[in-house]
Design a protein around this ligand. Structure first.
Ligand code: ADP
Ligand code: MG
Length: 500
């Protein structure tokens, strides 16, 4: 099969950042078939933005990036202000491999979703780079260089007309970067595709470049510069610092040294305590969900508690007071604490396992160890303390709401009675003197707090296990819910049986 080679033409490209600042004005450039063009510029100048734009990933529209200009490639013309470009296949800087799929599956899925099924020649070109990688290897066990080549092969299989590389040489030594450059050039030559490489360390990639574009951050434009490493580095040094600071003065912004200052350990403990207090104890959606659970519990126990009466309801009034005492006792010491614990633990164990799992997957705990930040001191203790505090806070809330729902339900059933009667009977065993909780309520607090503590601990252990992919985090979340709820049921059952 013959491969059609295209030229990429960009005409009058203007991009404004979401903040409104101008990023680039009226850039025009062409990349011919099999041509390799380097894009260089200071950090923050907008190189990745151009790559994303060509790959169709830039979020435009209200509140997003504003783009104008035209793109032509292979006979198709795109108004970049109105449509997304689909011409570019991107090799991402951090590779963005799917870590729940094996090396082979990462390629297969790209091939299976390419617009045209890759032919044998393309597959041979793409996989020629992968000689040292066993197809069933997991992504996590590949070296940085292997991941890089996998990412390139995956992009090749998608078979887009233009190849885009975002800083492919960052993190590579000189020899590897040179080899990578040659690889990219050879691929472009064989496939006849235009390639745009955002280059970090210009020298490594210059030998393979046909032309070089420089992001001039002072004039906000793209200019073609000679293929001369010294001259390019001199230009970059001149531009250094102009990209990070937009033209507008930012008088109110504090300087970094002033802002950093010094904070004691207690500040950080408080910082993490506050973060997890919000997440685990007072998140509005959780309050709504637990409140609804308590209301339903209060209604159900009262409605059905009185609904079912022997002798056609003749004993309803006779047994009324005792029924109220019994319902109050069961609701306050068994049913509501159990429901509130289960809802609390199920929801929070999912959060904890996801939070810890993500920190493991993204090496945050390793970074903390390396920075001599005790993860246990801050994160683990903040989670456990908040599980206990939150479970007790929400128990009180649930008991209050369930009682209110019970009282209202009773009022519907016995409209002639006054609330004082309900109050004195319903709380007779819970608050014997009307104010202070009965000593048996201590056991209720204990089972709720203990189940939250154990469940939270289980979620931390499950979330903290080895994680190589997002899928493993999801599995951990499900396991943390199951183990947490089971522990909660067990703690409630044992303590209720021992103390009632
Ligand atoms: P480069 O790749 O050249 O280092 P980028 O293209 O990533 O630079 O970023 C260009 C500018 O756009 C920077 O000032 C950056 O802060 C800003 N920027 C990047 N991503 C976003 C975003 N998602 N939302 C708002 N501004 C962004
Ligand atoms: Mg970038």
């Amino acid at each position: 099969m013959t491969r059609t080679a295209h030229t990429l033409v960009i005409d009058g490209l203007t991009i404004h950042r979401p903040s409104g600042d101008l990023l680039v004005r009226d850039a025009t450039f062409t990349i011919g078939p099999a041509e390799v063009v380097l894009l260089v510029g200071p950090s923050g100048s907008g190189k990745s933005t151009i790559v994303k734009l060509l790959g169709g990933l830039l979020e435009t529209g209200t509140g997003g990036w504003r783009v104008a200009g035209r793109l032509e490639c292979g006979g198709a013309a795109v108004d970049l202000g109105a449509e997304r470009s689909t011409v570019g296949g991107i090799v991402f800087q951090d590779h963005a491999l799917f870590n729940d799929l094996s090396a082979l599956e990462n390629l297969r899925i790209a091939a299976d979703h390419a617009r045209h099924r890759p032919d044998a020649g393309l597959i041979a070109d793409a996989t020629a780079l992968l000689g040292d990688i066993a197809p069933d290897k997991s992504v996590a066990s590949c070296s940085g260089g292997q991941r890089q080549r996998l990412a390139i092969a995956r992009t090749l299989l998608a078979d887009r007309p233009v190849l885009l590389f975002d800083e492919p040489n960052s993190g590579l030594d000189v020899a590897m970067a040179r080899r990578l450059g040659e690889l990219i050039r050879d691929l472009c030559r064989t496939m006849g595709k235009p390639a745009l490489i955002v280059a970090h360390h210009v020298k490594d990639l210059l030998p393979v470049a046909d032309r070089v574009l420089l992001f001039d951050t002072r004039r906000r434009c793209l200019v073609e510069v000679p293929r001369d490493a010294e001259a390019i580095e001199a230009e970059l040094l001149k531009l250094d610092g102009t990209a990070a600071h937009p033209a507008r003065p930012q008088a109110r912004r504090r300087s970094w040294p002033d802002a950093i200052g010094h904070r004691p350990r207690g500040y950080w403990f408080g910082r993490y305590m506050a973060e997890y207090f919000w997440e685990l104890c007072v998140s509005p959606l959780m309050l709504v969900y637990m409140g609804a659970g308590a209301l339903i519990m209060g209604f159900v126990s009262m409605w059905f508690g009185f609904h079912y009466n022997s002798f056609g309801g003749y004993l309803k009034s006779l047994l009324h007071d005792e029924t109220l005492v019994g319902l109050g006792l069961v609701q306050g010491t068994v049913a509501v604490p159990l429901i509130s614990s289960i809802l609390f633990v199920a929801r929070n164990n999912a959060i904890i396992a996801a939070d810890i799992g993500n920190r493991v997957l993204s090496s945050q705990f390793q970074a903390m160890d390396n920075l001599r930040i005790t993860a246990r001191g801050y994160i683990v203790s903040a989670i456990l303390v908040n599980m206990v505090i939150g479970s007790l806070m929400l128990l009180v809330l649930s008991l209050g709401m369930a009682s209110w729902a019970s009282m209202q339900t009773w009022h519907v059933q016995f409209p002639m009675q006054n609330f004082e009667l309900w109050r004195s009977q319903f709380f007779r065993k819970l608050l014997p003197d009307g104010i202070h909780p009965a000593p048996s309520m201590m056991w209720v607090l204990l089972k709720v707090a203990l189940s939250a503590l154990l469940a939270g601990g289980a979620a931390i252990v499950i979330g903290g296990g080895r994680k190589e992919s997002v899928l493993e985090i999801n599995t951990a979340i499900a396991r943390a819910i199951i183990v947490g709820v089971t522990l909660t049921l067990a703690v409630h059952a044992v303590i209720s049986v021992l103390t009632l």
